[in-house]
Design a protein around this ligand. Structure first.
Ligand code: AMP
Length: 196
C-alpha cells in the first residue's frame, strides 16, 4: 500500500446542479483532512474546485493551488490557500501538478476536467509517470463516458490493460483504497529510453 500524501484533484469550475456532487466534494475535503492528505488543484475559488478548497481550509487542511498567470484574476483565484504556485502557462501548470502530486482524482466537471483526466492517463500509458488516477463516479455522472471507453476497447482503439489503468469508484473511500494499492504496469520495451 502506498501512502498518498498529496493528491491532485481535477474537477469542475462550475458547481453543476446535482447536490450529490457538491456533497461528495465536501465529503472528499473531509476525508483528505482526516487522512492528512494535501490537496493540489487549479487554485480557483469557483465551482466544485472552490467548494473542496474552502471545505479543506475551514478544517485547517493543506491546499496547494497551481494556476497559470493568465487565470490569476481576482474573481477566480483563491487567495487564502496554504500555497499558491503561479506558472507561465497551462502546460507548465500540468507538469508541476504532475510532479508534486502522488496521485490524481477526477470529479465531475466539463471540458477542462476531461482534458486533464485524459492527459494525465495518457502520460501514465506512456510510462511518463507511475501514479494512480481515480475517477469518482458520483451518482453515475461518468457512466456514459465509461461506456464510450468500453466501446473503444471493443473496437480495438484502446487496449484493455490501458482501460484498466483508470480506477473507478462511486465513493471517495473506495477510490482512495484502489489508488493506494495501485501498481503501475511495466513500461513496454519499445517505450523505454534507448541505451547508447
Ligand atoms: P471545467 O471542467 O471545464 O470546468 O474545467 C475545470 C478544470 O480546468 C480544473 O480542474 C482546472 O484545473 C481547470 N480550470 C478551468 N477553468 C478554470 C479557472 N477559471 N480557474 C482555474 N482553473 C480552471
Amino acid at each position: 500500500m502506498t501512502r498518498l500524501s498529496k493528491i491532485c484533484v481535477f474537477c469542475g469550475s462550475s458547481t453543476g446542479n446535482d447536490t450529490s456532487i457538491t456533497n461528495a466534494a465536501e465529503h472528499l475535503a473531509h476525508v483528505f483532512v482526516e487522512k492528512e492528505i494535501a490537496l493540489v488543484y487549479g487554485a480557483a475559488k469557483i465551482g466544485v474546485m472552490g467548494i473542496i478548497a474552502e471545505a479543506m481550509l475551514k478544517k485547517h487542511g493543506e491546499v496547494i493551488g497551481v494556476i497559470p498567470q493568465f487565470l490569476k484574476k481576482k474573481e477566480v483565484v483563491h487567495l487564502g490557500l496554504t500555497e499558491l504556485v503561479t506558472t507561465q502557462n497551462m502546460h507548465e501548470r500540468k507538469l508541476i501538478m504532475q510532479e508534486i502530486s502522488d496521485g490524481f482524482m477526477v470529479l465531475p466537471g466539463g471540458f477542462g476536467t476531461l482534458e486533464e483526466c485524459f492527459e494525465i492517463i495518457t502520460w501514465l500509458q506512456l510510462g511518463l509517470h507511475t501514479k494512480p488516477i481515480g475517477l469518482l463516479n458520483t451518482n453515475g455522472f461518468y457512466d456514459d463516458l465509461l461506456k464510450l471507453l468500453e466501446t473503444m476497447v471493443k473496437r480495438g482503439f484502446l487496449k484493455l490493460e490501458n482501460y484498466e489503468l483508470l480506477l473507478v469508484d462511486t465513493e471517495v473511500e473506495g477510490l482512495l483504497q484502489k489508488m493506494e494499492t495501485f501498481k503501475a504496469p511495466q513500461i513496454p520495451k519499445w517505450l523505454k529510453p534507448e541505451r547508447t
